[in-house]
Design a protein around this ligand. Structure first.
Ligand code: IMP
Length: 205
């Protein structure tokens, strides 16, 4: 019912790839998508939350406040349970803000080696997807994809930690999948799918 009633909607992201993924996934609804590049004055809120959900809610509420439009946001990252859920909400920042994706993945591998965490240790990507209709009407879903961290990067597709994220069933890393293959199994694809099926939960804040 919620999705059927959406008209002009804001995606709290400046990433054109993400906008395309959302508009194609939600194409059976009459949503008119806008994103950060349509609002040049948009100010990114500080992500001060302690969980993926808290950060996604911060972004969605800020989008709603600044644009006056129903706002989707997502927050995602890599989690390694054997390392106390590291890097978690800090996935985009470990090793310093200036590192590129390749160096950040190398930083993680180095940390694992130093901590005697073996190659093929279990990990998952998680994505929390939030829709804020008002400050009190906030809905969310969560998608995960499980895999293992390997020490030698493989593949050129995707981004972030994809080249060291091994999918044992496919015998490939995430970076060896095509964009379509990745969207089918990814944490973000799953969170979107759950939303489309109407299985969202209401956030308490
Ligand atoms: P964001 O919330 O989409 O900005 O993602 C935060 C960080 O998590 C990214 O900068 C990546 O380091 C990592 N990450 C999230 N999703 C993926 C993915 O699909 N592949 C690889 N890394 C990811």
């Amino acid at each position: 019912m919620i999705l059927e009633n959406l008209d002009k909607t804001f995606l709290a992201s400046g990433n054109q790839g993400k906008l395309n993924e959302f508009s194609s996934a939600f194409n059976s609804f009459k949503i008119k998508w806008t994103y950060i590049k349509d609002f040049p004055e948009f100010i990114h809120p500080e992500e001060t939350g302690k969980t993926f959900l808290e950060n996604a809610v911060i972004k969605a509420k800020s989008g709603l406040e600044q644009t006056g439009l129903p706002t989707f946001s997502d927050d995602s990252g890599l989690v390694i349970p054997a390392m106390n859920n590291y890097p978690g909400i800090y996935s985009a920042r470990i090793g310093g803000e200036d590192l590129d994706d390749k160096s950040r993945a190398a930083f993680l591998v180095d940390k694992m080696k130093k901590g005697s965490i073996p190659s093929h240790t279990s990990a998952y990507f998680i994505c929390v997807l939030v829709l804020a209709l008002s400050n009190k009407d906030i809905y969310y879903t969560e998608g995960k994809v499980h895999g293992e961290i390997i020490f030698t990067p493989q593949g050129k597709n995707g981004f972030g930690y994809d080249p060291i994220f091994w999918l044992s069933e496919k015998k490939k890393t995430m970076a060896e999948l095509s964009c379509e293959e990745k969207n089918k199994i990814s944490h973000r694809g799953t969170a979107i799918e759950i939303f489309l099926n109407g299985n969202y939960k209401k956030a308490t804040s």
